[in-house]
Design a protein around this ligand. Structure first.
Ligand code: NAD
Length: 494
């Protein structure tokens, strides 16, 4: 099924083998920097989902479940070492597939092995508790793997999302079917090569690129015990309905509209570094970015001016070019969506102070590039402040004082992340404690590590990834009660 000039990825990874898709389907993966296909990739349908679930179930029932924790840990460590060694190539492939500037992908992908090592170190420590009651019973709990996990990932951070799910799921003793998004399938297939080289038993990890149809087949499948999903809220709702009949476990990492609050007493230079960086990183395509910048009145004009000045410094260009700060949007529909919000914001009376246009001169022609965009005089009721755009669009909203800052920060259906900048330590704690978000960064932003729980309140999700909480998501608890007397009264004696 090779097409000249396209990188061939003709197989799915199922049960430890490279398999042709059951119905022979292949799709082109588009390079968003050129708008042209760059790889031809196997595309899973429902028949492949059946095969992958069967392989994952067999592995779960067989060798994987019986493998002691320290041996699972050893495999995870071998995988981590291979992953670290191949991180530079993985980062390039990720950037090719989703357009993220290589300088960003390199930092992101270059840290993933830490997740694998950290969870490896927990694989043999899944201990329960003894529960003191009275002398008549000995009560203890055990932690058990949930079973077969379907990991459904988005296109903005395919490898990060895969590793955030694979590391704890494998440490817990689950088996996994990874389904990357249809726009960005390639890096997950490269990851499968490393799984194979690490020597995991067949079926412990299966990788099947596919679209919504394959995703829905995984969700409905009675052989899948848990769905770990990262993506849009609307998709999560469809998944909940579709998975209801089989009463699956779900965890959801969904969208955000993070407030990034800058108080006048903050170190404004540092705040600007974080706020501009996080407005335009990943070309705006990350759930945690501070897309609503709330700025206290006395420093508002200065912050607006600086955003406009710094927008002009952002080098938008080809993702693999070392000089590039910001690549294109990851696919054509996202480009259209971002540009449509420029019109919406202008229509609502926001003031465009930078960007707002597609960039398609010279080498950028054909790619999905957008200029870093800044809107001033935004109020929190505007759609540009309420809805997740997923483009490099910063909405700068003025406020007066702490009460208004907190009210605006929380006036959103989302609750994933928030940032705040202040020179007053008491205020930092006071405000952080009132923010409705799964993570609050104070005088820093986007600090995300393997050990720090991450996930959403409100419409931003269910459950947490990373940290010990991330492992809990893949474990069940069994309570065992053992009588120390062996006596059980006859209920019908009298
Ligand atoms: P999406 O919901 O469109 O797709 C995500 C995945 O779900 C893809 O693999 C897709 O094929 C699959 N899918 C689509 N329809 C399905 C269905 N009916 N049943 C099962 N699977 C289905 O999301 P996206 O556009 O790829 O990703 C962008 C979204 O992800 C944004 O909202 C962003 O905020 C969110 N996101 C959240 C986090 C987080 O950690 N909270 C991280 C990254 C991205």
């Amino acid at each position: 099924m090779a097409t000249p000039d396209l990188e061939p990825y003709p197989h799915l990874f199922i049960g430890g083998r490279w398999a042709e898709p059951a119905d022979g389907a292949h799709v082109d993966s588009i390079d968003p920097a050129t708008g042209r296909p760059w790889a031809r990739v196997a595309f899973a349908g429902p028949g492949d989902v059946d095969r992958a679930v069967a392989a994952a179930r067999e592995a779960f029932a067989g060798p994987w479940r019986r493998l002691p924790g320290h041996e699972r840990a050893a495999l995870l460590r071998r995988f981590a070492e291979l992953y670290q060694r191949h991180a530079p190539q993985l980062a390039r492939i990720e950037s090719r597939d989703n357009g993220r500037a290589l300088r960003e992908s390199r930092v992101d992908v270059g840290a993933h092995h830490q997740w694998l090592h950290w969870y490896a170190s927990l694989a043999d420590k899944l201990s329960g508790r003894t529960i003191p009651f009275d002398d008549s019973v000995h009560v203890f709990t055990s932690r058990l793997p949930v079973g077969v996990v379907a990991a459904i990932t988005p296109w903005n951070v395919p490898l990060m999302s895969a590793i955030w799910k694979l590391a704890p799921a494998l440490a817990a003793g689950c088996t996994v079917i990874l389904k990357p998004a249809e726009h960005t399938p390639v890096s997950s297939l490269e990851l499968a090569r490393l799984v194979e080289a690490a020597g995991f038993p067949p079926g412990v990890v299966n990788v099947i690129p596919g679209g919504p149809e394959a995703g829905a087949a995984l969700v409905a499948h009675p052989g899948v015990d848990k769905i770990s999903f990262t993506g849009e809220g609307a998709t999560a709702k469809a998944i909940l309905r579709n998975g209801a009949d089989t009463l699956k476990r779900f965890s959801f990492e969904l969208g955000g509209k993070a407030p990034h609050i800058i108080f006048a007493d903050a170190d404004i230079e540092q705040a600007l570094n974080a706020a501009t960086g996080s407005a335009w990183a990943l070309c705006g395509q990350s759930c945690a970015l501070g897309s609503r910048v709330l700025v206290e009145r006395p420093v508002y004009d200065r912050v607006v001016e600086e955003f406009a000045r710094r927008a002009a410094k952002v080098r938008v260009g080809m993702p693999l070019d070392e000089a590039t700060h910001m690549g294109p949007q990851a696919h054509a529909a996202q480009l259209e969506k971002t540009l449509s919000y420029v019109g919406i914001a202008l229509g609502e009376g926001a003031e465009l102070v930078a960007g707002g246009t597609r960039l398609d001169d010279g080498v950028l022609a054909g790619g999905y590039f957008v200029a870093p965009t800044v809107f001033a005089n935004v109020n929190n009721d505007m759609r540009v402040a309420r809805e997740e755009i997923f483009g490099p669009v910063a909405a700068l909203i003025p406020f007066e004082g702490e009460e208004e800052a907190v009210a605006l920060a929380n006036a959103t259906e989302y609750g994933l992340a928030a940032g705040l900048w202040t020179g007053d330590a008491s205020r930092a704690h006071r405000v952080a404690a009132r923010i409705e978000a799964g993570i609050v960064w104070v005088n820093t932003y986007r600090f995300l590590r393997w050990s720090t729980p991450y996930g959403g309140m409100k419409h931003s999700g269910w459950g947490r990834e990373n940290g010990l909480e991330g492992l809990d998501a893949y474990l069940e608890t069994r309570t065992t009660v053992v009588s120390t007397t062996g006596r059980f009264p006859d209920p019908y004696a009298q």
